[in-house]
Design a protein around this ligand. Sequence first.
Ligand code: FRU
Length: 490
Amino acid sequence: MSDAPIFRPQYHFTPATNWLNDPNGLVYYAGEYHLFYQHNPFEPAPGPMHWGHAISADLVNWTRLPIALYPDEHGQIYSGSAVVDWRNSAGFGEEALVAIFTHHLEHRQAQSIAYSTDKGRSWTKYGSNPVITPPDDLRDFRDPKVFWFEEDGKSGKWVMVLAAGKRVLLFTSPNLKNWSQASAFGPGHGAAEGVWETPDLFKLPVDAGPNFRWVLTVAVADGAPAGGPGVQYFVGEFDGETFTTSGNERQIRWADYGADFYATQSWSDEPNGRRIWVAWMNNWRYASNIPTTTWRGALTLPREISLKTTPQGVCLVQQPVAEIQQLRGDHWRWRNETITPGGPNLLRDLKGTALEIIADFEVNDTLTAGQYGLRVRTGDDIYTTVGYAINSRKLFVDRSNSGQVQFSASFPGTHTAALEPDGDSIRLHIFLDRSSLELFGDDGRATLTELIFPGITCDGIELFAVGAEIRLISLDVYLLEPVTFLEMTV
Ligand code: FRU
């Protein structure tokens, strides 16, 4: 029996069949956002990794293309990145796309490259792979993310960040083929309960102004706030060789507080100068057991990331890309309502399994108790609670009773993120799909990303208040239209 109509996301990226994990090779070229991904084409479970491939003109509607990279004598194709070689530094051809990835053999991980001169439709592996072999004792040595670095009129170079145990190694190269190690970051920084994976490094303006900081993001396999894997980030400086942090920027910072946000990667060459990233929306603790059958694994919405100055320092903020708004269909709105504990369900006539919800609730200093928010995907005594707790100043998602939860002891539970009000309201911006929930708290100052598996009949929604009444300043709910997935076999 196919689960497709029940759990298949309507507007999140999934493989047509079988397994997906990390996003890979994100690069924009000639009108197309390329998305490659860790893919086992033989079963909906981890196995021999290939690079699956899709393209999009708008980050919303996708065309799935044939597999781009197959395992070979050097091993499986693990995670990595892609760039446009604008200067033909590698000599593979004008404007070649070059993929830089990990070749994984049972006892060795090494970095290799492949290129395409036909807009990513066909790929040739470099004849002298691998281009970086691990020092003898290093078992975890993977996930190269490469970018072009050029500053102060000096001649440029390629920079690679690579996960190596609980460190990030930085390499530089003139031509993508010959690499030398420039520096290392960690240990002694960040969360180190698990091995580090899929690093990324990029520069972002602070508060959309003239000053820039560098951001190093690193997935860590254990110890994240929701239990298990998560993505941490560091704000610091990068001089082309070394990444450094100082002061309170040494503290651990998490990109997302939900259970299902891992292995982020940002797009190279984004045409509008935005920094957009996407994560694998799953968790290695139960990734192979989630109750889908013909396919397994989805990506988050593409999110635009930026830096904002806060009392805690310069922090990462995430927003869904504006392109998603094209999916908005039927619209309901409420203004200035009071939500009382046990009161009537204002939203009783509203139904949907794919919704965007924007709710602004009042918060002020006289409010010291209570919780409020929304119960979503309700029906048949099933619900997921998304809310804000006034006394602890925390956003939360409780998926204990969200539908199928028994497939892993790690799945049910409540996950939280601290969020101090900035003004006199808190915004809950929620994207619901058939088997996921993404919560952007206060314009993305804190986010929680969670899988949920309610039945298709769980399509209700209600507002709630516990312990005190609360004023709902505004509520907008949009039905989201399904996106188009085209399949192209040649
Ligand atoms: C992260 C990861 C990477 C690795 C890939 C293998 O989820 O473990 O470190 O390259 O997945 O599929």
